[in-house]
Design a binder for this molecule. Structure first.
Ligand code: 5GP
Length: 190
């Protein structure tokens, strides 16, 4: 997605630990016009999948998922993060290791909001090691629902998440693929 790549080049900042900061349009201040373009792109990619739910994870996934959902006309469900183990029989739970925060947390989704009839599209801002995506997928599996695919805004292809997911036969669509971050420059894969 060319407009997204250009925005990353002009406004992205590379931080230590291979972190790409995009706070000025994606993760802190939000550019709604760009989010609309992102939402339309996800809709185009999944228009024939009869998506019934968009699943994301708090906090940064929510904005993107909500804008995208306007094009799909379906509800957004966001997994809540909690540090304590939650053994509630009314929730699906999974564990996620956060690369950026370097700690694990639980994610929970009420059983009311994902059901076996659902055709789910997972949406998130970044794909790095794939832990967040795998945790969300685990919840879709627990629900017995169908995972139609994973839509990612920025995939860092030099980290293993994308390959790991695709090897498992999961469809992953990333709107910008960053293959390297060198000398303060972001280099895209094609
Ligand atoms: P993963 O679970 O794939 O390792 O990491 C995905 C999550 O970590 C995303 O939801 C995102 O919040 C965060 N993340 C991973 N890498 C980056 C990065 O380079 N920049 C930012 N802003 N967030 C990242």
């Amino acid at each position: 997605m060319e407009v997204l790549k250009q925005r990353i080049i002009t406004d992205g900042r590379i931080e230590k630990g291979d972190i790409l900061k995009v706070d000025s349009f994606l993760n802190h201040q939000i550019d709604i016009e760009l989010f609309n373009e992102i939402g339309k792109e996800f809709k185009k990619l999944y228009q024939h999948h009869d998506i019934t739910k968009i699943l994301t994870i708090e906090a940064s996934g929510i904005g993107i998922a909500c804008i995208a959902a306007q094009y799909f006309h379906v509800p957004v469900v966001f997994a809540k993060k909690t540090e304590s183990l939650n053994l509630d029989e009314n929730t699906f739970n999974s564990k996620v290791y956060s690369y950026t925060k370097q700690k694990s947390y639980e994610i929970i989704v009420s059983k009311r909001y994902i059901q076996k009839e659902d055709r789910v599209l997972i949406i998130d801002d970044f794909l790095a090691n794939g832990k967040a995506a795998l945790g969300l997928r685990d919840i879709v599996i627990q629900a017995g629902a169908s995972l139609e695919g994973i839509g990612i805004v920025i995939e860092k292809t030099f980290q293993p998440g994308g390959e790991l997911l695709r090897q498992q036969g999961i469809r992953v669509d990333s709107l910008a693929k960053v293959k390297a971050m060198e000398n303060g420059r972001v280099i895209f894969k094609n």
